[in-house]
Design a protein around this ligand. Sequence first.
Ligand code: GAP
Length: 432
Amino acid sequence: MDLDTLVSLCLNRGFIYPSSEIYGGIAGFWDYGPLGVEMRNNVKAAWWQTMVRERDDVVGLDSSIIANPETWVASGHVANFHDPMVDCRACKKRFRADQVDPADRCSASDNGEHDLTEPRQFNLMLRTQVGPAEESSAQVYLRAETCQSIFLDFKRVMTSARQKPPFGIAQIGKAFRNEITPRFFVFRSREFEQMEMEYFVHPDAGMDRFEAWRETRWRWLLDVGLDEARLRWHEHGADELAHYARAAYDVEFEFPFGWHELEGVHHRGDHDLRSHTEHSGKDLSYTDQETKERYTPHVVETSIGVDRCMLALLTSAYDTEEVKGEKRTVLRLSPRIAPYLAAVLPLSKKLSEPTGKLAAALRRRFSVDYDVSGAIGRRYRRQDEIGTPFCVTYDFDSEDDGKVTVRERDSMEQERIAIDAVEGYLSERVLA
Ligand code: GAP
């Protein structure tokens, strides 16, 4: 499957659209449509469930997008968060110097070759002003990663949540980067969402925790339905490793445009808390009450983009097959992740009333579609294409025998079950 096929499915079925499309769009910004937002919420809920709710050593945070700008001086983003940029003198196109595609032809030169400038460093942080009067307002940054506020709030969270190392703080939220060349659909955007967790540990325990988090994250990626054959670890070599990092691995995924980073699991040492301590003058060290040892905790970070995760899930799930001489497109999304867990369908419009009641009852607990239009086979195909795992059909016998037909998306097998049992049937499968 190529990327264009996936983009067109996302556009036509209401997963993802270009932002402000009627004005020509804006590069690197995307809107999630009715199905996209349901799926996105499921991805975030699945992450939160594993990373926060099922653990007693990780707590959540939802910090502001704009922080005191000194944050970004201390983190090194103001000085170092740069990408090398080149311009074509002929066609005026702009590229990231390390990502000039040899196949990209120049429209303004005779030989189609770009006439590139020397690389210049370009800071990727998006800036804005805070304050009513232009002259007195402060320049601030839209956060480039969600984790910095976790470091700033480390002590407050630890104390108020009665935690102590080893413990973690998790956050899901928007991040912004003025990428020079946003590309590959939502893979590299200028506005995106991250799911990050920073785990604070005693320096001696850092490597063990790092390995444990690598395992936990790998398991989660499989649990939400990513194809294991498309996943691999990439260990940062000495040339890629940040100077402060003890170890770093990325999970790479085989997207339709090749292998690229999906998630990072990094052992950041004490760099973050130490930098903010030095820069703010506020002590972010920890004193163990039992041993009286005082130390700056080391940090193990797990960081994954919601948008990249969506793209990886859609890539893993997309399938086509021939059924009775016809092509069937099916998104084999896990029941936890699919936009709708079930579609409730009356066999005929005459059955709309009781079927509508069943749909309303199920909607109190699950995300459920109700579709009355078209032949039943066509309705099944529509649901297959958007990944709905179960179709529940109410037919003319349902009134008498109190049963409905449940069709499973992947096997297309059908079974008849009691109307009262549908809720239990769906709960069992969404939790499986
Ligand atoms: N706090 C560490 C950090 O931000 P990163 O590797 O720059 O590390 C972490 O970003 C994750 O955020 C990436 O693995 C990716 O999933 C996602 N991400 C980063 N830049 C992105 C972009 N421009 N568009 C979409 N997702 C992005």
